[in-house]
Ligand binder design. Structure first.
Ligand code: IMP
Length: 179
């Protein structure tokens, strides 16, 4: 549990997210049209709601797999060291792969995962991130599709947590200390 009381102010409504997910899926479908199989790789745990909504909008032959990387722990600060806690179950060599990330923040997680997956020689490797905080970037990495660019705020909801809480919020909200 977080040590200090906090409140969550809505930043992106559930309706706005749904509309954006639909639009992203259309673009992804166009990009991968004709694929024999698209392996959608979710980065656990923050992407689980996003990936569930996104794949249901994709009219493509899709397989879903997951990677889990080390997280922030209970802090709001990004840890620079990225470790793989759970690897993919399937092979991706010669496959079309879409990595689905909740937030690109400093970029360390995505850069690490992309480096790892590129080494496995996929046919195409693309990235869809729900949120992007470009102001926080420390390594040069970019998603091919971004749901929403947001300012340097700590956010929760729609799968994203603060100290493992608030993942079940249907919208995205920003966290601030309670007065
Ligand atoms: P990065 O390696 O700094 O880009 O961090 C990426 C990961 O940090 C994301 O996948 C999130 O799990 C987590 N993260 C970054 N910003 C936030 C936030 O505002 N709220 C909750 N988790 C965050």
């Amino acid at each position: 549990m977080p040590e200090r009381p906090y409140v969550i102010d809505e930043m992106i409504s559930a309706k706005t997210i749904a509309a954006r997910v639909e639009a992203l899926a259309q673009e992804i479908e166009t990009c991968f049209a004709g694929t024999d199989k698209l392996v959608v790789v979710g980065l656990l745990r923050g992407s689980f709601v996003f990936i569930a909504d996104l794949v249901r909008e994709l009219d493509l032959p899709v397989e879903v797999d997951f990677i889990e990387t080390s997280s922030y722990g209970n802090a709001m600060e990004s840890s620079r060291e990225v470790r793989i806690l759970k690897d993919l179950r399937g092979e991706i060599e010669g496959r079309d792969v879409l990595v689905v990330e909740d937030i690109v923040d400093t970029g360390h997680t995505l850069a690490h995962v992309l480096h790892l997956l590129e080494g496995r020689k996929p046919r195409r490797l693309k990235v869809c991130a729900l949120l992007d905080k470009p102001a926080r970037r420390e390594v040069e990495v970019a998603a091919d599709w971004v749901g929403f660019e947001i300012p340097d705020e700590f956010v929760v909801g729609y799968g994203i947590d603060y100290a493992q809480r608030n993942r079940n919020l249907p919208h995205i909200g920003k966290v601030r200390a309670a007065e």
